[in-house]
Design a protein around this ligand. Structure first.
Ligand SMILES: Cc1ncc(COP(=O)(O)O)c(C=O)c1O
Length: 394
């Protein structure tokens, strides 16, 4: 976001606050779509990355990956088209499936992550008198999805569950993947899986929903992004597959990280044993930089001086949050020029996971407000500050 837009936010709202730049979000999604245009690859938004943006994504992606009853309720409130949901998740309860099947009237797609889920989905479909489309999630060697041998069997035994139409497979093996060669290998393996099913049973797998876990640079030491170059190389892997059905890329971080800023004020400054410590009204419960260890890497931070400056001497600050733990160090040795108490620090690249992955209930501190910014609507309050003490007492 531009400096003057951030200043406009600060005139009206106090820190700590997240601001999601909806124009930047749209530009990003459109850029990704444009780079993939010739390839026929489709996009699915994994809404866990930032549930606040689910509604904004409706014109920008085709599908939404929904992983819990809570995420589904958000989709309902945002009036997301049910036929565009992929209801996923390692834990699916009978009551939740029933509710979703009823609400969706059999539309949308469900993932199957175990034999038990397959039975449950088929029972719920039969009960509701609908046919459900399903993707079998292949495990990447952890608790998610099913073993590839079992997945194969599920395709072979499709007739046992006529109310479930197994249209394809889902695969996700992790986030922040730096190496494209890892994705190339994974796609080759998925291609091989589909070929085997075809050869052994004549069953044609219609689609692959693949979470590439594309890398987002968070730190000043990370390589710069070349979105189109990277996507072009990725598209080359897809072109070389024998698989000719639909490919959907399920992504979260890569779509939303860049649109978010976290605004936090310096509330205290001290020097202990020769080290400058700046205490801010945010903390590690608000900022989650994947790959940050011991606050050693430098994220992208902007300094907004508030009030007059006597000097602009650069000093190295250790920026610490407001939690009672020595772990609440956001960044060490960060160079700031003439910084003082009252100034605002803007942490960038926090549009994915930061607002939901933190230890928000520790110390009963309030949840920060969430703001949307766009040229069309200006600054909007999407969620006001919320107290958490109510959750931490009788
Ligand atoms: C199944 C699935 N798909 C997609 C994603 C999104 O991953 P990313 O944010 O790296 O794009 C996740 C993240 O946990 C996931 O579990």
């Amino acid at each position: 976001m531009k400096q003057r837009e951030l200043e406009a936010v600060l005139e009206k709202y106090q820190t700590p606050a997240y601001v999601f730049d909806l124009d930047a979000l749209a530009r990003r999604a459109e850029q990704i779509s444009a780079c993939l245009k010739q390839t026929g690859i489709h996009l699915c938004y994994a809404m866990k990355a930032n549930p606040f943006l689910a509604g904004e994504m409706v014109p920008l992606v085709e599908r939404f990956e929904v992983c819990s009853p809570g995420e589904f309720r958000i989709c309902e409130r945002e009036k997301l088209p049910m036929e565009r949901l992929v209801v996923s998740g390692v834990y699916k309860e009978r009551e939740d499936i029933r509710r979703i099947v009823t609400a969706c009237q059999g539309q949308g797609i469900f993932t199957i992550e175990s034999e038990r889920q397959r039975r449950l989905l088929s029972e719920c479909a039969r009960e509701a008198g609908v046919a459900l489309k399903a993707l079998v999630r292949l495990s990447s060697g952890n608790q998610f999805g099913v073993d590839w041998a079992l997945a194969k069997e599920m395709f072979f035994r499709q007739k046992d569950c006529p109310e479930l139409s197994l249209i394809g497979i889902q695969y996700y093996s992790g986030t922040q993947k730096k190496k494209l060669s890892v994705m190339e290998k994974e796609l080759q393996e998925l291609d091989g899986f589909c070929r085997q099913i075809q050869e052994e049973s004549g069953i044609h797998i219609e689609e692959i929903e693949y979470g590439p876990g594309f890398f987002v640079p968070y730190f000043q030491s990370d390589p710069e992004e070349d979105i189109c170059g990277m996507l072009k190389e990725f598209a080359g892997f897809v072109e070389r597959m024998e698989f000719s059905g639909r490919i959907t890329l399920e992504m979260g971080r890569f779509l939303t990280a860049g649109c978010g800023s976290f605004l936090t004020s310096i509330v205290d400054r001290k020097e202990n044993a020769g080290q400058i410590y700046g205490i801010v009204d945010g903390g590690i419960h608000h900022l989650n930089y994947f790959g940050q260890t011991m606050a050693m890497k430098l994220p992208y931070v902007r300094h907004i001086p508030v009030g007059k400056r006597e000097n602009s001497r650069e000093e190295k600050w250790n920026i610490c949050g407001s939690l009672c733990t020595t772990a609440d160090v956001i960044v060490k040795q960060f160079p700031l020029a003439g910084a003082k108490v009252g100034d605002v620090l803007v942490f960038e690249g926090v549009g994915a996971y930061s607002m939901t992955e933190g230890i928000s209930l520790f110390l009963s501190r309030d949840l920060p407000k969430i703001l949307f910014s766009s040229r069309e609507k200006g600054i909007q309050l999407a969620r006001d500050t919320q107290p958490t003490d109510v959750w931490n007492s009788k």
